[in-house]
Design a protein around this ligand. Structure first.
Ligand code: ARG
Length: 411
């Protein structure tokens, strides 16, 4: 009888390669490797071949760049999703998509389990497994790197003993993850949060000090909260993001140094490069400021923060995320217009914005001639608006009252 199968999220790195013979040996399962292309700059054909060479029964590569942009980046942009105010969730957003692909292949192949190469200390294990539980609660999950207790050297020895090709890849002290929305770097010297990230950790951005002295302006067009054109050329979102990563990265834009609070309770120091995300979120917020009323903007900030936490925490497929997204969707109907962003030496600054749906009224805002604001109405407005404040102030607070006289002492 054929052995049961497990579908492994395969990156082509050491951990997931060693996982293939390890799962066969320790669990007695056939491994089907799946590599999801979310824009990581690797040779996917070589990755596929390596999976087979490592002992996988089958290996698939799925081009999911467009799916990633349309179904994950689009809502993240509309929600201005930034975890702890600074991380655009580049790794976090890709995990539920990868999990969905694993589940699809598992169904097709009649597999009984899925597997991933995450360790027991990070967020990614949580994201893969919560996503899988939502989509296919019957599938088992195997996490080899959480079970084995091998160090890097032992892993290399295990690989050699099991015919896993170990390339002449120099051992980098850093752990990285990349996709369209950004690149993350951790470990090595970065584990000391008191030390400035050395230049060598960056790959997508030039040092702002070495960026061109002359700024460049990018013109972005949004339709219902989604960027649709860059410098006048309409682009599918995945291509627009790719192009903007290059453009903004060349001006040193998108470096993020984040002291991060992981789901599993650990504080960690993460460095990110997210050039396109930085520019697009800045521009999107600027356009929203022009077309949305004050109360919608301020309430949306609360929703955005919660939304970002859900994505970070691995709850993409949970009902609260869907519900918050319904609110966000409703706010985006009028978020259509153009934004110009200046890229200069590491900074992305909004230079101008315009929209046919703008709430800005020159006749109301101006201090020059042509002022249409009826300023005589302001006095009445302030009288009514200030009524609760005056009433409150007229009642003396207990702390401001004179101390009560001491109780009479009985002799
Ligand atoms: N700390 C980031 C996050 O939780 C990045 C994780 C990077 N993952 C990795 N496997 N290197 O989203």
């Amino acid at each position: 009888m054929a052995r049961s199968k497990v579908v492994l999220a395969y990156s082509g790195g050491l951990d997931t390669s060693v996982a293939i013979p390890w799962i066969r040996e320790e669990k007695g399962l056939e491994v089907v490797a799946v590599t999801v292309d979310v824009g990581q700059p690797v040779d996917l054909e070589a990755v596929r071949a390596k999976a087979i060479a490592s002992g996988a029964a089958a290996a698939y590569v799925a081009d999911a760049k467009q799916e990633y942009a349309d179904e994950f980046l689009r809502p993240a942009i509309r929600a201005n999703a930034l975890y702890e105010g600074s991380y655009p969730l580049s790794t976090a957003l890709a995990r539920p998509l990868i999990a969905r692909h694993l589940v699809e292949v598992a169904r097709r192949e009649g597999a009984t389990a899925i597997a991933h190469g995450c360790t027991g200390k990070g967020n990614d294990q949580v994201r893969f497994e919560l996503s899988a539980q939502s989509l296919a609660p019957d599938l088992e999950v195997i996490a080899p790197a959480r079970e084995w207790s091998m160090h890097r050297e032992e892993e290399i020895a295990y690989a050699a003993a099991h015919g896993v090709p170990v390339g002449a890849t120099r051992a980098s002290p850093y752990s990285t993850d990349e996709n369209l929305w950004g690149r993350s770097v951790e470990c090595g010297i970065l584990e000391d949060p008191a030390v400035e990230p050395p230049e060598e950790v960056f790959a997508w951005t030039v040092s702002p000090r070495e960026a061109p002295a002359t700024p460049v302006y990018v013109a972005l067009e949004f339709e219902q909260g989604v960027p649709v054109s860059l410098d006048g050329r309409r682009r599918p979102l995945d291509q627009l993001v790719l192009e903007l990563n290059r453009l903004a990265g060349a001006h040193g834009v998108g470096r993020i140094d984040h002291l991060e609070s992981r789901v599993v309770g650990i504080k960690s120091r993460e460095v990110y490069e997210c050039p396109a995300a930085t520019v697009l979120l800045e521009a999107h917020r600027a356009l929203e400021a022009l077309v949305l009323p004050r109360d919608v903007l301020s309430f949306k900030r609360i929703v955005e923060q919660r939304y970002a936490e859900l994505v970070y925490d691995g709850l993409w497929f949970a009902p609260l995320r869907t519900s918050l997204e319904a609110f966000v969707d409703a706010t985006q109907e009028r978020v259509t217009g153009e934004v110009s962003v200046k890229l200069s030496r590491g900074q992305a600054t909004v230079a101008g914005r315009r929209s046919d749906l703008s709430l800005y009224r020159a006749g109301l805002a101006t201090y020059a001639e042509g002022d249409k604001f009826r300023r005589e109405m302001a006095e009445g407005f302030i009288y009514v608006w200030g009524l609760p404040s005056r009433t409150w102030a007229s009642v003396a607070a207990p702390s401001a009252r004179p101390a009560a006289p001491p109780a009479a002492r009985t002799p």
